[in-house]
Design a protein around this ligand. Sequence first.
Ligand code: DGJ
Length: 749
Amino acid sequence: MGIKYFKKRKIFHLYSKNFSYYIGINKLGYLIHLYSGNYLDDIGIERTNERYMERYGFLDSDLNKEVQDEDYYFSIIASQFECASFGKGDKRNYFARFKREDGIDITNFIFKDYKLIKGPVFPTGLPHPRFNDNEACTLIVVLKDEFSDVILELYYVISEKYEVLARFSKIYNNSKEKIVLKRLSSFELDLNNNNYDIMAMHGTWSNDRQVERIPLNHSITKISDNHGSRGFNYNPSIALLNKEANLDNGEVIGLSLMYSGDFSYEINVDEIDQTRIICGINDENFEYNLEPNESFTTPIGLMTFTNKGMNKISQIFHKLCKERIIPNYDRFKNRPILLNSWEACTFDFDTDKIINFIDEAKKLNIEMVVIDDGWFGNRNDDTSSLGDWNVNENKVNLKKIVDYCHSINMKIGLWVEPEMISPNSNLFKEHPEFSLYPKTYKNPTLFRHQLVLDLVNKDARNYVFNELTNIFDNLKFDYVKWDFNRFLTEGYSETLNKNSKLETYHKFVLGTYDLLNRFITRYPNILLETCASGGGRFDFGMLYYSPQIWCSDETDITQRVNIQYATNLFYPLSANGAHVSNRKIGTIQDKAILAFFGTYGYELDITKLNEDDKNKIIEFNKLYKEHHQVINDGIYYALSDPFSSNYASFMAITENKKEAILFFFNYRKETTKSRFIKLKGLDANKYYFNSLTNDIYKGSFYMNVGINLSAPLDAFTTALVVLKEVDPIKTSIYKVMVQNKPQKRTKLL
Ligand code: DGJ
């Protein structure tokens, strides 16, 4: 069990093999954050939170004399908490805030009780790690507000196996009056120093995730999103890196909110150099009414610590996601190589064209064809029909296509965008109230000519679910691409009364989760890929329902490399929808080897390719099949960061360290440079053959000297290097001995 309670000292120790998290209850009943970081036994732990009264106490002593007498070390303005009060003297950022009927919104939660539970405890309806009972345990700390009968429960679910602490909170209104919740955070993390940078990802369409390392200074840094259900702009996964930390060394804290709506990380570096992180639903579009006996539960936040650099954080999140977040990972382990119709046709296709694609795809050993946008209603461009989910029989015969595909042993997929409604649709004519905006408002904002469906409205949800079942009960599709092409504006559901309008944004996310849950429960064998104008909704909330997410509409290799590199920092390669297109930058080969490091597929008109490219595609497909297991299931290492260097390089290696595969790419031309790519995670004593120079070296050589790329490189050179363990006795030992001979690189793939 990863939780110990030291009763006499009133200290909780939550731990996994690599980290410890200590919480104390002080004499006044405040929940104090004592320590988080490398694994520590409990010696002297109480003293980590001292704030000497001589120095910092002078302000407190005026505030509250008995505080000093009770607990000499306590300081409401400077101590580290688990749920900081609001309005009491702690002027840093706060954990919870609600307004009572008397108009007062001070909150101060005092310890009442705790429960230790074997096994994980999570709320229903919200994405969370699917830990087995023997893989996690839960601490629930119960606190009561000093000024009201409002109860706060803090949940800590720790998994030693997955090296992750999952946190959320729940508030109960036990009072006799209504309260209006203005903020309830998922977690707070108070750190006793300010030696951190934030690593965060921002982006926009076609530039989906861009990494920035932001030094923290004495201010409040906010990484947040307010678009309702799309995290293009900022991503809900971030890391705090010790100033000295890098990919492989140093202390890093990985954080992620499993939520696909507005989120916020408020990071406050205070005047005495402490850092406080408050994470949860962004309260800009949030307010929640709680009548007596009602409760509210936050989304789940994930937290992990390491002293082994960012790569370790990526590995922890990848493993957790593959094994305990994604539904049915094993069922969808072997993802089919797909061909998507979008870039080849956009809306311009018919039955024959798709059948042609299927025939050609079959010849090239592509395994699945996906019919993208444009098969329903009158949808021949993006101005209409979202909501009218009936097949456009004049344009395409889906039954014929599905049957044909299956008859030749291929798979078939379909695009949908269930969370939207076009003003130009039958649905809007019949049910304008299903669209999300106040109907007193005459000019709702359109993006891509569409409105958002009001998923707070149960009838709208049932309507769209029935439409989906009409299609997928009757036509046996193997895959669905679930798109989402605009963000929320004027987000006030007509189903909510005037005092509850600000519940819309959160309830919309819950509505989406409900719809997704119903879909995957009814169709457990359909492979679901979510998408939001590319990767505009890439988070662990979505991955709880869909094993993969379309990473980006951008497929030019230069831009894509950075987007995939950034995505891999937190999300596993198996989740990363990646296709080869015929965009102008990069050869088909460059794009293919980059797409290998995701779920592989194509997004171009394969019927128009020349024979040479067709043969290449056959070769790529074979290579992908040979190696995708290493990429999907292997351990990931970033080798070179394209955001801060001329190179992007990353690799994956099997757990038994027998096989590895490496990607390399450079931006600028380099005519002369001493350049070695050092590999990671190999067995130092094993011998590996590498496909770049056809040589055999020891693992220690690859990791300490590296693969020699000191040759003139043109701009945009890509390399795919496969390493396989070999037996040096059976293989030519001579090659092993002559490691220093000049390299004879012939081809890079
Ligand atoms: C946005 C997606 O990212 C594209 O791949 C495509 O599916 C279009 N939507 C279709 O409208």
